[in-house]
Design a protein around this ligand. Structure first.
Ligand SMILES: [Zn+2]
Length: 278
């Protein structure tokens, strides 16, 4: 631990801080081929959340990346079972344009159904995975979903990574300029192209950096805070791939203030998704 701030000391002592809830904006649901996840089942997910005071978890189903209908339905079910803790992303697969309108209509039906009286609907936005689906983020096959989200100011979490061509900062910048009302979450913060990605978030009020996997690179968090500001950074883990304690520990160990840490751990996501923290 490189600092002795109140947040760092309390998280280390207790594993959680009661007045510093956490919102995990990038999680998944379900098993995954060829890897064992000890904590993917709902009761284990809830247990992990309680241990580190993760107040909300926003997830997409692993299954939805290959079978959108089945996976999105799985997430609808787990949100319905835990409406006070979990929200979903509706996965879009742009390879099947003939299905897309129906899937947007289905999303619309879910969006009309509040997860809970005082909080937003079961699905808070879309999840894109350009690399897994083999379709660049700026490809026109994404346009129907982007137009839909743009008209409603919806959040979209997209996988992003270094290297032009699929989902880098260059494609994000193009999409952000074309669809100015979409709230674009750069999953993995454009992993590797830290400074250029942070500048896209800096230049566009509606673009955010999401931290999954970025924790493992020393100095990346500080680059993001310097170039984009802590108001543009969101906590995420890829749970059940990674445990929130690890990500929280990296934020506590990075060179930034406790105010920056609170922005990242809960304030920004609270504002962006309208999720209550009581
Ligand atoms: Zn992910």
């Amino acid at each position: 631990m490189i600092n002795d701030t109140r947040l760092a000391e309390e998280f280390v002592a207790h594993g959680r801080v009661d007045d510093c809830p956490v919102i995990d904006t990038h999680a998944h649901f379900g098993p995954y081929q060829a890897i064992y996840f000890p904590r993917w089942r709902p009761e284990r997910v809830l247990d992990t959340m309680d241990r580190c005071n993760v107040r909300w978890l926003i997830m997409s189903a692993h299954a939805a990346l290959v079978d959108t209908a089945r996976g999105n339905r799985e997430v609808a079910e787990i949100v319905a079972a835990h409406p006070d803790r979990i929200r979903g992303y509706w996965v879009i697969n742009p390879n099947y344009p003939e299905r897309l309108q129906r899937e947007l209509d289905e999303f619309d039906a879910h969006a009309q159904t509040p997860g809970q009286a005082s909080s937003p609907p079961a699905f808070v936005g879309f999840k894109f995975h350009p690399n897994q689906h083999g379709v660049p983020l700026n490809d026109e096959r994404y346009h129907p979903a982007l137009e839909y989200a743009d008209a409603r100011g919806l959040p979209i979490l997209s996988h992003t990574w270094a290297g032009r061509g699929m989902s880098s900062h260059a494609e994000v910048r193009e999409v952000a300029e074309r669809f100015p009302n979409v709230r674009l979450l750069m999953g993995h913060a454009g992993y590797g192209d830290w400074e250029e990605s942070a500048k896209v978030a800096r230049d566009h009020e509606h673009v955010y950096l999401e931290l999954t996997a970025a924790y493992s690179v020393r100095g990346a968090l500080e680059i993001m805070v310097e170039h984009a500001g802590s108001e543009k950074i969101l906590f995420g883990t890829d749970h059940p791939w990674f445990d929130p304690h690890y990500g929280i520990g990296c934020i506590l160990s990075a060179y930034m203030t406790d105010e920056d840490r609170r922005n990242i751990l809960h304030r920004n996501a609270e504002r962006l998704f309208g999720l209550p923290l009581d």
